[in-house]
Design a protein around this ligand. Structure first.
Ligand code: GLY
Length: 388
């Protein structure tokens, strides 16, 4: 299936994707950042987040409010968040260890047990305050305890703001295999307060921005170009608007296909290879500090090569994508044996059908095609290109 998400959108750029030639770019700072509506919940932005959560708490009158944090968000984000919350309800903090290696059922068991010990009931409210690990795991715990209690995501990393906390996917890893256990269940609301990003190092912002670039690649060439123009200047006044637009793209995709039967698979561009790289690095103790964005960036190089072979991505587009990702100077290097093992791990990808690895590929920047089958040798060649 080939489709152009930008054709369905009518809220920002004045572009006409049916017309070949130069897109007419609008200044990106002028877009009003109003709340974004999903089917059953809203994503609020900036100070509006606190108005909305306080109204919700006043109406719901939760018995207890649980706030899930890790040690980083406890230190850097909790004070800002809680100082804006108006409630007389009891607040209990549950802290987990930071890092992907803790996104597993053992950590869930600890959080489930803490909730029960602290008196969680069906009228409790659960808030995940953190990056992708905290929101993914927190959403899963809250969706399953007592068959589900209300939860709110408060993403504090860029990756969680533009991806993990949008779209209702919650879950954990199984051993070294990413996101194998989970549910699709929406939060009551997601609160995106970009002020939390000021607590993050540059490397973490780059990590999250890789998903923003990906949103441009699958859905919107102008957005992709605007992201390149940003040149990783996260102090630029356009940055908040680009975050907002990225969430709109992700939300549009999810709305069109909440349970990943078709269009939502496009969000996995770069992830078939990227997740296998992450699983491999987690299991081999190599690259222990590997960030998700780095693995996905490597995956995008390989999958763009496959797009050139299979879906007609032009040499010009391919070179632009490859040049951009190679300029990130990713430090990942793999031997032939590593590459073989990584390709083996792709057999666990959730998009596979009948044991066959299915890729999302690009016919052009801004369009995607799902369920593409490729030869193993072609994947190996893609890695060679990445590693050269
Ligand atoms: N992160 C991919 C998705 O939400 O579908």
């Amino acid at each position: 299936m080939v489709s152009s998400l930008s054709r369905k959108r009518n809220y920002h750029y004045q572009n006409n994707p049916l017309t070949a030639g130069k897109y007419n770019r609008e200044p990106i700072t002028t877009m009003p950042m109003t709340s974004i509506i999903n089917d059953s919940y809203k994503i609020h932005f900036g100070e509006e987040c606190y108005t909305q959560i306080n109204t919700y708490i006043a109406e719901k009158q939760p018995s207890i409010i649980f706030v899930l944090v890790d040690e980083n968000t406890m230190e850097h984000c909790y004070a800002r968040f809680i100082s804006r919350i108006e409630t007389h309800a009891e607040i209990e903090i549950i802290e987990i260890d930071a890092g992907e290696e803790h996104k597993n059922i053992d950590t869930c068991t600890g959080v489930w047990s803490a909730l029960i010990e602290l008196g969680c009931d069906r009228n409790s409210l659960f808030i995940s305050l953190g990056g992708g690990v905290v929101t993914d795991l927190g959403g899963f715990v809250a969706s399953t305890i007592k068959r589900g209690i209300d939860f709110i995501h408060v993403p504090t990393s860029l990756l969680a703001m533009v991806d993990a906390a949008v779209g209702g996917k919650n879950g954990v890893d199984l051993g070294h295999l990413k996101n194998q256990i989970g549910v699709i269940h929406p939060p009551v609301m997601t609160l995106v307060d970009p002020a939390f990003l000021q607590t993050l190092p540059q490397q973490q912002l780059r990590n999250g921005s890789i998903e923003m670039f990906k949103h441009g690649l699958i859905a919107d060439r102008i957005y992709w170009e605007n992201m390149i123009d940003l040149q990783f200047d996260f102090d630029n006044s356009a940055f908040e608007s680009l975050i907002y637009q990225s969430i709109i793209i992700k939300n549009d995709v999810v709305l069109s296909d909440p349970f990943e039967r078709g269009a939502r698979k496009s969000l996995n561009y770069g992830h078939t290879v990227g997740h296998a790289i992450e699983s491999y690095c987690m299991s081999s103790d190599n690259h222990a500090e590997l960030l998700h964005g780095e693995a996905v960036a490597a995956g995008i190089i390989v999958e763009s090569y496959l797009s050139k072979l299979h879906t007609g991505l032009t040499d010009e587009d391919f070179k632009q994508i490859n040049k951009f990702y190679q300029s990130l100077n990713l430090s990942l290097s793999f031997s032939n044996d590593d590459v073989e093992a990584i390709i083996g791990l792709m057999s666990h990808d959730k998009k596979n059908v009948n044991g066959e690895v299915r890729f999302v590929l690009l016919p052009s920047i801004g369009n995607y095609k799902t369920d593409c089958v490729v030869d193993i040798e072609e994947i190996t060649d893609g890695f060679k290109l990445y590693l050269q």
